[in-house]
Write a protein that binds this ligand. Sequence first.
Ligand code: NAP
Length: 283
Amino acid sequence: MQTVTLNNGVKMPILGFGVFQVPPEETEQAVTDALAAGYRLLDTAALYHNEEAVGRAIKNSGIPREELFVTTKLWIQNAPAEENTKQAFDASLRKLGLDYVDLYLMHQPYGDVYGQWRAMESLHREGRAKAIGVSNFYPDRVLDLVLNNEITPAVNQIEAHPFFQRTADHKLLRERGIQLQSWGGFAEGKNNLFTDPLLSEIGRQHGKSVAQVVVRWFIQRDIGTIPKSVRPERMAENIDVFDFQLTDEQMASIAALDTGATLFFDHRDPQWVDRLGVLRMDA
Ligand code: NAP
């Protein structure tokens, strides 16, 4: 599997498997199938309530721990954030049945972000989070975090897909040594992504599906991606992208699909801050 080297030297597979919205009772099977299909990066979160099932699939796979790259995410913590972050991390590790994670992400840019980040820095120093990063941070928030803390996030996991390409954000993150990893890389099928005429035509030219074109497009932009599927045939399809290359013309034509706008929600929208920013896992 092709990897990207993060700003602390850790190597992360450029393509992984996400389990958002996979019900806990289906997650063990989905992860088992994904590992069998060749995925080695697994992306979960405390909020997904399926860390235990991910952990069971890892344990039963027999795959050596060092061959896997496991990401989980911290949900927004009440004060005292530093103490509660450590407890939340311990709970995630316990559920996963692991003694370290490869990447620990702050899931949302809300709450006592700096207190949470200081705790994450200390988890990283202890070696229990091999890399730490953020998610859903717009450039202004990332930059402020970078400028006012010791450790620069290794990754920012944000919405990115052909209709919201994040080109300027990608440039800024790169300049700061932060790896962009997309979530919702298929836009969860919104905007009829899987039947988009341009992506379909490019796929036809390579004998590949729209999904494969999209995954390939991310890889050629050095952006990590973590497509989700509960169907083994789609898992296999989405990882079968290392035997073709999009041309410069094709990359340029896909760039024209960018609308520059979210298809989900803007994390800076006060209505969403009001809804999501107060959500607590233990509420
Ligand atoms: P996504 O990967 O863009 O899309 C998943 C959808 O596409 C599912 O409905 C899946 O259906 C379908 N699909 C997958 N492969 C397909 C194929 N080859 N052909 C046709 N349909 C296909 O959406 P996502 O799950 O939201 O994002 C991916 C991962 O990013 C998540 O699982 C999660 O790990 C992460 N994420 C993070 C955040 C965050 O705030 N940090 C937010 C959202 C997601 P089936 O399952 O039925 O195949």
